[in-house]
Design a protein around this ligand. Structure first.
Ligand code: NOJ
Length: 557
């Protein structure tokens, strides 16, 4: 592989950072974060070292699902700013070497979208078939609802027309009928519109749900293979912008994910979040035993070389543990969220990582070291770089959607508005802005910010992680994950101790000779390679990243 290849498939080793504009920085003191605020933080993001900014929904919305309920696919919510300011953000980000992707939500609209308002007025509405209707009483679908605290069916009776419409999520989010060619045309138009404005790709919301609608219709002979739709969207995107990328939210088993990449041939989603590995990471951390994580990584299917896994520890939703067995989930609950108020939907946690790890800096640092060294493209959720906490008093997933903490000052530097006007308060208590904020941590060489910054730098220096061939290195210590990523004649070896006890281990380093040393990518002393391997001592929750030049066994500069 040539280094120049990395620019075409830029997502293979990007560093993605997601944020919600309304909680990031408020430039006009109205208590709501906005595009003007984000624009002035682009240099901050560049300094942190991220290469791709994922903007959570900024479209006009009644905001009953934090913007994932859209009433105009082409708009910018006026609380956040306007198209002109969005273009300024995109342009400024591009100037600093940061690509910008947007949430693409095509599974559903808000019930306030003009299409749905028209559709529900009459069965003869031209928009009726933009949604999925049934005219017989639906069976019990309570096991299929995504938000069991709010919904008990995925069908809702529309009183006026006496038919039921489909909604996989909240009842105020009717599912679009993507089997309808007119809806597909609209969808392509929406993609084309944002691409023309400079967007570099999309985080595609709820992919299995909207493909499932196609499957339902297919059974009735109304649509083709649902994956054809994904392939067509991808092809269209590629025609409009060759470098654009689609990152899908597809929380299914690894085996099933392969189909969404387009199998061996690729050509559908370029990236997918690795929900399975994320959940296994928490199980492994809860147990102090790396084997669940090693198993998850080994269970990843081989994917097309242009495709990639997006690794993450947290996002804006609940920390879902739905892929664990009931007993495993209970273990994670017991370790990281034993109280009911910390749990959500019976399947997840509404907490951020540092409080779950009781603020233990060794474990927090080790977790982020894992995130950046696992094969794939790391994705950060805003505030992770400083170790923000959650506010459990807030409803559901809002607990982790509090304002970014810039300074120790008023409103954490998020807004100059009176505190009573803020759209959300900064978290109280030990994780409040006076204890956790960007300004203090940027000055402190021992802070989490500085640690995350050096991990980002190290990750960007090691294309082996995103591009290489990854494998687990067998060794006898259950608490330790040792893996290596090989790219051409260089390899990155990463070793993480998930347990509290220190450990000394011998690690075989294939391809090395006995006279060389391994570079420590995180800036510690190089390690001698003797007898075809290294001996390492790791503290409890310790970690090392070593780089070896395989064929010559030499230090790689
Ligand atoms: C997934 C998003 O991540 C979540 O926040 C949202 O509620 C649902 N999709 C519905 O759009």
């Amino acid at each position: 592989m040539k280094v120049t290849d990395t620019s075409d498939l830029w997502w293979k080793n990007a560093v993605i950072y997601s944020l919600d504009i309304e909680t990031y920085d408020d430039s006009n003191a109205d208590g709501v974060g906005d595009l003007g605020g984000l624009a002035r933080r682009i240099d901050y993001l560049a300094e942190l070292g991220i290469t791709c900014l994922w903007l959570m929904p900024f479209y006009p919305s009644p905001d009953r699902d934090d913007g994932y309920d859209i009433k105009d696919f082409y708009g910018v919510d006026d609380r956040l700013g306007n198209h002109g300011q969005l273009v300024e953000v995109i342009r400024t980000a591009h100037d600093r070497g940061i690509r910008v992707i947007a949430d693409l939500i095509v599974n559903h609209t808000s019930d306030q979208h003009p299409w749905f308002k028209s559709a529900r007025r009459s069965v003869d509405s031209p928009y009726r078939d933009f949604y999925v209707w049934r005219d017989t009483e639906p069976p019990d679908t309570s096991h299929q609802v995504v938000f069991p605290d709010q919904e008990d069916s995925i069908w809702e009776l529309d009183e006026r027309t006496e038919q039921w419409y489909l909604h996989h999520f909240y009842k105020h989010q009717p599912d679009l009928n993507v089997a309808n060619p007119k809806v597909r045309d609209e969808l392509m138009r929406v993609i084309g519109f944002w691409i023309e404005l400079g967007i570099d790709g999309f985080r595609v919301d709820a992919v299995p749900f909207f493909l499932d609608d196609v499957e339902t219709q297919e059974a009735e002979g109304l649509a083709g293979n649902p994956h054809d739709l994904l392939r067509r969207i991808r092809a269209f995107l590629g025609r409009r912008k060759g470098s654009a990328m689609m990152l899908g939210e597809v929380n299914v088993t690894h085996k099933k994910q392969l189909a969404y990449f387009g199998g061996d041939h690729g050509g559908q989603l370029d990236m997918m979040f690795d929900f399975v590995t994320m959940q296994a990471t928490y199980l492994a951390m809860a147990r102090g035993d790396a084997r669940p994580l090693a198993r998850a990584l080994a269970g990843r299917p081989q994917i097309h070389p242009a495709c990639q896994w997006a690794t993450f520890l947290r996002n804006h939703d609940e920390l879902t543990l739905d892929k664990l067995s009931d007993a495993e989930r209970e273990e994670v609950f017991a370790a990281f969220g034993p109280q009911e108020e910390m749990q959500i939907y019976g399947r997840g946690l509404k907490r951020r990582l540092p409080p779950m790890l009781q603020g233990d800096p060794r474990r927090i640092r080790m977790s982020y070291s894992l995130l950046f060294s696992l094969p794939g493209t790391p994705t950060l959720y805003y505030g992770e770089e400083i170790g923000m906490g959650e506010d459990l008093a807030l409803e559901g997933r809002m607990a982790v959607r509090t304002p970014m903490q810039w300074t120790a000052g008023k409103n954490g530097g998020f807004s100059a508005a009176p505190p009573s006007k803020l759209m959300a308060q900064p978290v109280p208590g030990g994780y409040a802005p006076e204890h956790v904020n960007v300004a203090d941590q940027q000055e402190d060489p021992d802070s989490l910010w500085t640690h995350v910054h050096s991990l980002i730098t190290a990750y960007r220096r090691c294309p082996e992680i995103g591009w290489g061939e990854a494998r687990i290195i067998e060794q006898p210590h259950h608490g330790v994950l040792a893996h290596r990523c090989d790219l051409d004649d260089s390899a990155l070896l990463a070793v993480h101790n998930l347990a509290a006890e220190p450990v000394t281990l011998q690690l075989p380093v294939e391809g090395s000779d006995s006279s060389s040393v391994a570079e420590d990518v995180l800036g510690r002393e190089p390690v001698a390679l003797t007898g075809g391997g290294v001996e390492l001592t790791l503290e409890g929750y310790g970690f090392r990243w070593l780089r070896v030049h395989q064929s010559r066994g030499a230090l790689m500069a």
